[in-house]
Write a protein that binds this ligand. Sequence first.
Ligand code: SAH
Ligand code: SF4
Ligand code: F3S
Length: 462
Amino acid sequence: MNNTYIANNDQNTKDTLMSNKTYFIETYGCQMNVYDSELVATQLEKTGYKATKDIESASLIFLNTCAIREKAQETVHNRLNSLEYLKKRNPDLLIGVLGCMAQNLKDDLLLNKPYVDVILGPDSYRRIPEIIQNRVHSMDHLVDTKLSKFEIYDDLFPSRKDGVNAWISIMRGCDKFCTFCIVPFTRGRERSRPVDSIVTEAKKAVKNGFVEITLLGQNVNSYTTPNGDFSDLLEQVAKIEGIKRIRYTSPHPRDFDDKLLNVMSKYQNICNYIHLPLQAGSSTVLKRMNRTYNREEFINLVKKIRYYLPNCSISTDIIVGFPGETEDDFLETIEMVKINKFNSAYMFKYSSRPGTKAAEYENQIDEESKQERLERLIKTQSEITLLQNKKKIGSIEYVLIEKESKKSKNFWSGRTDGNTWTVIKKNNEKIKDVVPVLITDAKGVTLFGKSLNHKETIYEAN
Ligand code: SAH
Ligand code: SF4
Ligand code: F3S
């Protein structure tokens, strides 16, 4: 099978517009991929494709993939296997693998999944119109997984579905090289997008009805441009009229400074919420992870955050079973979870990623021990989450109504400023309203409450 490496050209793709063509994009992985899928949608729409919700009838299917853990990759492999019959049924169907797995596994995909027509890494989406046109003239595989030092898709605006929150990517890539992590290899070097272009995109999102903005990057606080750092950017975005809420994810503990906390405390519309990935509780493990902070520094940072922002919710990411993690190291993680009292945590078993430094480390931990540690950690954190949520009972939280509750159409679901999902009985609120809610109960990771916008409820509350 021939692999065609596309030559850059300026052909007018409108020539090949096929207005009855439809696309279906399935997105895996982090919010960065969600954002990228929206950029890809813009590119496809430029060439005349229209979105469809029906994968069976789509003329083009793109999977935007993730390589962060082995399981994420397996999911995509399984999904691709399940799509082969669609290709058999319709040989004109175009199947593409985009994103982080494309970058990492192109040879494997070409060898084992010959029905995949297009493989594009995260820096190659600008070429989609051209690739689609080429496809019209050739049946070869199209592969472009080169990483760029410069691509920031500055002039492309994402095609967003209606919604409450708009994700805005402010930087791409990562230079931190934590020893467990594949991202620096799949996404390449760190690049920041100019302040002006981000502010323009945020204003556009507000104009299109979005009320919440989340600024995205692998290390948002290493954002740097001639016109300002991350705190300056955040301040600029906070000043945009009409934004009810601003969130960002993720900051790196190493780069967290007082200036950022000052900006956060100054603006009402910046949420009192920080996702601060810890990864491990033992300084020895943190060192081998190349996280560049130790246990004490992390504890002090959490204290400082709570000093500047007393009501700030903090969530985290934790990996268990990193190579060489002893039972004592693991107990230090459990202890850190108790000391820092995270409001919530994403917890993972270490997954060895070929090509990373930690994949070469000795003393890889067996699956059974990883599973057992994960379960103990989840148990500890769940108790803390519930305790933190129960503390909110009796208080008033401002909830941004986002959608109907999954359990009942008589209830709304929305998030508090501190990012906790909250369920309230429907009154006369609308989606996108921010309503004061009296918290009445906490179960699992969810809060329950009564809207204080409703007269009867105010009476009950008193
Ligand atoms: N840039 C962010 C993390 C992005 S990846 C940061 O620095 O914190 C999201 C999370 O996936 C990481 O925080 C980490 O907890 C987890 N992760 C990354 N690589 C992993 C691996 N090899 N095995 C298990 N979890 C991993
Ligand atoms: Fe991965 Fe570390 Fe970069 Fe986060 S900071 S993306 S964990 S290498
Ligand atoms: Fe996955 Fe790539 Fe995001 S590996 S977590 S989709 S940056």
